[in-house]
Design a protein around this ligand. Sequence first.
Ligand code: GLA
Length: 343
Amino acid sequence: MKAKLKNQPSYTLNQKRRSTLQLAGLSLASLFCGASAFAADPIKIGFLVKQAEEPWFQDEWKYAEQAAREKGFTLVKIGVPNGEKLMAAIDNLGAQKAQGFIVCAPDVKLGSAIERAAKRHQLKVFSVDDQLQDGKGQVIASIPYMGISAYEIGKQVGASLLAEIKARGWKMQEVGAMRIAYDQLPTARERTMGAVDALKAGGFPVTNLIDANLVKSDTESAYNAANIVLTKQSGFKHWIIFGMNDEAVLGAVRAAEARKFTQESMLAIGIGGSKSALNEFAKPKQTGFFGSVLISPKRHGYETSMMMYEWISSNRQPPALTLTSGTLMTRSNQHDVRKQFGL
Ligand code: GLA
């Protein structure tokens, strides 16, 4: 074969080479054209969360990944613990030619800045968990939002606490109620005020309602806030504890345990139902953490991502407002309740 080629006149070789190259060029070009129809728009969606270390947000990401696998888009997960990181993440998504992002911002008041940055990069925005506001504290209705029915879920927490107080035969006068408060975050305020209103409606003495104010929304901050309350209010025989999420409630439970309150003398109900709660239920003995209202990271992660995908690919705008519900989950019904939620 080699010898044959060697013997061929050089012009033939050159011609052959040229035509092969042309052919290759052509097919490369057509490939490139074909691909560029896709390459112009491989769908890329950002999912930015304020507290990437919290199990709730890890679950949201997990379900968003499921949507990405099903639809074949790229999911860009970025933790945005502060405004600076958030703005950098949006710029980064713009540079990567993403088409949209879902966001739970570290501060809801960054809403207008987020909307402006998104417009600048032609990115669609969908907010999840914490509804975005403008500088004046007004909800930005032009940004679609999915969040929990905060006040209703809070009322569920309050009603469940009351039912359990009765079941235990505690005298309400002897019970202190600790609201782990983080009032700068509207959903946190609505959740905990829902619980307060349900307690009041059930005849719980208003003077026994005490706020433990969070500096940051995490377990450590809740531990410290609860410690202050437990020091100042040492007269109660029992404590009930509620807050915006499981992490906050668990901080207070740990603080009460340090003061020798046990599951017989305290009763705490959180909101979330992800790993923080499940780990607690997995302990050999029931702790003061009685239950958690399970909310759906699947809806908040998978559904928001699907809606964003449809918005980008078919120009179908998500509903302006989607509110999700919750169900009380305890040690004993955890498997059934999670199953009902498709988790
Ligand atoms: C807020 C809380 C989270 C979680 C979500 C649910 O963002 O910080 O812990 O409860 O709401 O929407």
